[in-house]
Write a protein that binds this ligand. Structure first.
Ligand code: SAH
Ligand code: F3S
Length: 451
């Protein structure tokens, strides 16, 4: 067997999966695996999957079909490629994966990837497909090695850091509580150490991740419990990380300390992804959300009082079972009232095993499409308007990737907009002060003030 082996990881879905993929690479590195962008070169291919909507899950099976051809070709040549399905599809339907794609070698959920070396060893002893969909997050985090640059833990100058995993909210439409399990918060000391380590690897920005990140309640060594506001304050004070973001938050879990943090902590960026899902109280109740539309409006007001320029982003679902025209109008009204700088909106997709999938009043696809188009029209207009109001302003932009044109780089504004600018090469990974010259549908163009 060759000493170095090639690993290809294809990541679907959320930022948590991006983080997990990096950590899988870290776990496999001691076994001689280095990453490759080309599945055709790989000795092992991991699909790190998403189960949130039906389309996301189906994509995995078509990709597996293609990989099976690669596997057969390899086997004909006397070699092999190990095929693994990780992430939430693996967790939710592990047995089904093995039934539909029996050639898969390993199936493991988001809480089991620290056992990868063991699974790899078992396969090489040819003892059949490995299925591992155990749950406990706390064990996983204790067994993960430190993130490395090679695994992509720090992409440009920005890094993800998982602080919380799982969700206990059980929104009626959502698979996350089933695929990611119960809420678990990593201890503050572990988070601070990882933030410091990422800083040492060159990260200037860290995005704290969790399925319900603002429910964070980490047990500190002195027995006290830290909420997210405290955690952010300590990261800001002790690690030298210059920009902090967090995602994804649940409206009812925005506590006073966290709201105040937005006004107080300079490193905390003025952008918040705060999914509301619907503007109708009736639908929100049926969704088992613990907030009404006006609670959300009031929360936004408080955030804007704490930090006047805070920019909001959200998630919406249209066509939830029983959604009437007037429910949908209430969603449009909320969007008009709040004004979002960016948003994700989806047609409701029934997920097996979730309560909403069993509800009467499922909405026709066509109507969902019409509502989605109207909502997206409004959201796109708001996004463009916001981008246009940025013209003439000066913003600090963390330049962290090459642009499409030679001499160009792209970075993120404090408000998460991608900003393109022509800048000297040595600015990569730097925070540059740019004047915004143009605002487009999805991005800004900037000019450097003092190169
Ligand atoms: N807090 C989570 C949210 C998970 S899902 C996180 O980011 O980790 C992201 C978004 O997908 C949700 O906010 C919701 O708007 C959408 N979504 C979840 N389940 C869905 C379903 N069954 N159909 C359509 N959209 C869904
Ligand atoms: Fe899903 Fe609701 Fe939790 S959207 S991740 S169950 S807050």
């Amino acid at each position: 067997m060759a000493l170095t082996k090639k690993l290809h990881i294809k990541t679907y879905g959320c930022q948590m999966n991006v983080y997990d993929s990096g950590r899988m690479a870290d776990v496999l590195a001691p076994l001689g695996y280095t990453q490759t962008d080309a599945p055709d070169d790989a000795d092992m291919v991991i699909l790190n999957t998403c189960h949130i909507r039906e389309k996301a899950a189906e994509k995995v099976y078509s990709e597996l079909g293609r990989l099976n051809l690669l596997k057969r070709r390899r086997q004909k040549e006397g070699g092999d490629v190990v095929l693994a399905v990780a992430g939430c599809v693996a967790q939710a339907e592990g047995e089904e994966v093995l039934r539909r794609a029996p050639y898969v070698d390993m199936v493991f959920g988001p809480q089991a990837y620290h056992t990868l070396p063991e699974m790899v060893a078992r396969i090489s002893r040819a003892s059949g497909a490995q299925l591992n969909t155990d749950f406990p997050s706390e064990i996983k985090f204790d067994h993960l090695p430190e993130p490395t640059r090679a695994s992509g833990a720090v992409d440009g100058a920005s890094a993800f850091l998982t602080v919380q995993e799982g969700c206990d909210r059980f929104c009626a439409f959502c698979v996350v509580p089933y695929t990611r399990g119960a809420e678990y918060s990593r201890p503050p000391a572990a988070v601070l150490a990882e933030a410091q380590h990422l800083r040492d690897l060159g990260a200037r920005e860290v995005t704290l991740l969790g399925q319900n990140v603002n429910s964070y309640h980490g047990a500190a060594d002195d027995g006290s419990e830290w909420r997210l506001g405290r955690l952010i304050a300590e990261i800001a004070e002790h690690t030298g990380i210059e920009r902090i973001r967090y995602t994804t938050s649940y409206p009812a879990d925005m506590d006073d300390e966290l709201i105040a943090a937005h006004g107080r902590i300079e490193q905390l960026m003025p952008f918040l992804h705060l999914p509301v899902q619907s503007g109708s109280d009736r639908v929100l109740k049926a969704m088992n959300r613990r907030h009404g539309a006006d609670d959300y409006r009031r929360l936004v007001e408080r955030l804007r009082t704490a930090r006047t320029d805070i920019a909001l982003s959200s998630d919406f679902i249209v066509g939830f079972p029983g959604e009437t025209d007037s429910d949908f109008e209430a969603t449009l009204a909320l969007v008009r009232d709040v004004s979002f700088v960016q948003a994700y909106s989806f047609k409701y997709s029934p997920r097996p095993g979730t309560p909403a999938a069993e509800l009467d009043g499922q909405i026709e696809e066509k109507l969902k499409e019409q509502r989605l188009a109207r909502l997206q029209d409004l959201l796109n207009t708001q996004q463009r308007d916001f981008n246009e109001t940025c013209v003439g302003r000066t913003m600090d932009v963390l330049l962290d990737r090459p642009g499409r044109l030679p001499g160009q780089m792209v970075g993120r504004s404090p408000y998460m907009q991608p900003v393109h600018a022509s800048v000297p090469e040595n600015m990569m990974g730097q925070i540059a002060r740019l004047t915004i010259e143009a605002g487009h549908a999805n991005s800004l163009a900037g000019r450097i003030l003092c190169p």
